[in-house]
Write a protein that binds this ligand. Structure first.
Ligand code: ZN
Ligand code: ZN
Length: 261
């Protein structure tokens, strides 16, 4: 049994557990340590069993609980070289001895975790593919301005994917954000729109993706039902029907549930 468990997912905090039998890791620790521990407990997972915490990048919504979590449980942290450097400029520097630079991949128990690069407004941002001993794999990929070939290659063939569906372009353009922020989000180093997300999912289902989790939804510029509609319609164009050909789960900002596969 493998699990993809979005404990928290939104512009205000991200943390995902991925596990297979006794082995498990987190991707990001962007809510409080207590929030993460409570989330894990709701899935019957002991924080002490975590084999690693993989950080996508240093923005607060991805590292808020990291320092306390590492201090309390001594879990090793993995990140790209640039992200590891950036973490040293935050309160995470206090637990510097637990931070490891991940060049390409590492094994944690029976899991193999591979890093790939994403395009975001910071240096060295990452997504992660987790390979299970039975040959299947899953991925967590959020905070990206566009889907590069590297991203598509990494996600191809993943049974389960947590993928960013950040905003509805119309809502963002008509919304109250200042122009510079709108431009940042819409840029190639910003966030993935519902439409861009759905377009990539059309490609991914053809590579074998069957469990789709939409994540990192903007609270301001998106609605779960809009993100869902966009993906379902795009997959319908490929004659893919929800709950027949794939499952779809919209990760809530908190108290998410695990996808078992
Ligand atoms: Zn970010
Ligand atoms: Zn983020």
């Amino acid at each position: 049994m493998s699990r993809l468990f979005p404990i928290a997912s939104s512009s205000s905090g991200n943390c995902t557990y991925i596990g297979h039998r006794k082995d498990g890791i987190l991707v990001d620790a962007g809510i409080t340590c207590k929030g993460i521990a409570d989330g894990l407990a709701s899935g019957g997972i002991d924080p002490k069993s975590l084999g690693g915490i993989f950080i996508t990048h240093e923005h607060t919504d991805h590292i808020q609980g990291l320092r306390v979590l590492v201090k309390k449980y001594g879990v090793p942290v993995f990140a790209s070289k640039e992200t590891a450097c950036a973490l040293m400029l935050t309160d995470v520097a206090e637990v510097a001895e637990h931070i490891h630079v991940l060049e390409s991949n590492v094994s944690i128990g029976d899991l193999r975790i591979e890093r790939f690069s994403t395009s975001h407004d910071c240096m060295g941002s990452s997504g992660y593919v987790i390979r299970f001993p039975d040959g299947r794999k899953c991925a967590v990929c959020t905070d990206l301005g566009f889907v590069s070939e590297e991203v598509h290659h990494a996600l191809s063939g993943c049974t389960a994917v947590l993928f960013e569906s950040n905003h509805d372009v119309n809502m963002l353009q008509k919304g109250t954000y200042p122009p510079h922020l709108k431009n940042r989000i819409l840029s190639d180093r910003g966030h993935l729109s519902n439409v861009s997300c759905a377009a990539e999912l059309q490609r991914l289902v053809e590579t074998g993706t069957v469990h789709i989790v939409l994540g990192h939804l903007s609270r301001e510029n998106n609605r779960p039902e809009i993100a869902r509609r966009c993906t379902v319609a795009a997959l319908m164009d490929k004659h893919m029907v929800e709950d027949r050909d794939y499952t779809l789960y919209i990760a809530p900002p908190k108290n998410g549930k695990a996808i078992i596969f």
